[in-house]
Design a binder for this molecule. Structure first.
Ligand SMILES: NC(=O)c1ccc[n+]([C@@H]2O[C@H](COP(=O)([O-])OP(=O)(O)OC[C@H]3O[C@@H](n4cnc5c(N)ncnc54)[C@H](OP(=O)(O)O)[C@@H]3O)[C@@H](O)[C@H]2O)c1
Length: 233
């Protein structure tokens, strides 16, 4: 399981949910993982599971100076950056006329600007390591639904940013991976469906992307839970 031995990964939104599962999966594979989010207590609890491999760094992904510090501290402490998983994300749902301006701004700031900032500062290091960027988008970045005006717009925007990154970083041999999961059993929704994907199943796919065989890039993966036939619309 030591296939990420010697690799340094940053996982944003790692205090819980999918990000924490990715941090654990990478640590289990031998990586040094920087777990970034705002909730210090949760990050420290995660670190206690893998004290030699997970380093917690408190960071609000919407704040340029904090993101720059996150990248600089990682590069200084761990001497390289091989993998950036842009996972931090929030969802606020409601028809456009009902969605608050604050909710719209927060989604754009976390889901889109946060990814831009992390990439902006990490790319020079990723070019050096010929590393990976994994952007956690959503099925909502590929299809729209009523009530998803802000969330879908942020994730469709992320899909565009991922495409641009793919083009800009191809010659540098930085692999850009975009993952579009359907429902996951995390705190993201108040009442996730029983059949929703587990965070561990999605984390396994992130691991698959960053351990692709030499010469292979998993550009985009869409994964959905299998909905039991009796619950299908
Ligand atoms: N759950 C689903 O059904 C689902 C489906 C498709 C895609 N996704 C995507 O999967 C990703 C992970 O979501 P999840 O399901 O694991 O949700 P979650 O359990 O609510 O976790 C969200 C994470 O994002 C972090 N975060 C939020 N705002 C942040 C900020 N300003 N700065 C830094 N970190 C921030 C949170 O940490 P702090 O609060 O500690 O900062 C937390 O660790 C998101 O991008 C989401 O859009 C989720």
């Amino acid at each position: 399981m030591a296939d990420l031995n010697g690799k340094v990964a940053i996982v944003t939104g790692a205090s819980k949910g999918l990000g924490a599962a990715v941090a654990r999966r990478f640590a289990k594979s031998g990586a040094q993982v920087v777990a970034a989010a705002r909730n210090r207590d949760k990050l420290e609890a995660l670190t206690r599971e893998y004290p030699d491999q997970i380093l917690p760094i408190q960071c609000d992904i919407t704040q340029p100076d904090q993101v720059q510090d996150l990248i600089n501290t990682t590069a200084k402490e761990l001497e390289r950056i091989d993998i950036l998983v842009n996972n931090a994300g929030i969802g606020r749902f409601g028809k456009v006329q009902d969605l608050s301006i604050e909710d719209w701004d927060q989604m754009m700031d976390v889901n889109l600007k946060g990814v831009f900032l992390a990439c902006k500062y990490a790319i020079p290091h990723l070019i050096r390591s010929k590393g990976h960027i994994v952007n956690v988008s959503s099925v909502a970045g590929t299809v729209t639904f009523s009530g998803g005006g802000g969330y879908c717009a942020s994730k469709f925007g992320l899909m565009a940013l991922s495409e641009v990154l793919t083009q800009e970083l191809k010659k540098e041999e930085v692999k850009v991976n975009t993952l579009c999961p359907g429902s996951i059993q995390t705190d993201f929704f108040d009442d996730p469906k029983d059949y929703a994907l587990s965070a561990e199943q999605v984390a396994e796919t992130v691991w698959l992307m960053v351990t692709a065989p030499s010469g292979v890039i998993y550009n985009q993966i869409i994964m959905r839970p299998q909905v039991p036939p009796e619950l299908q619309k």
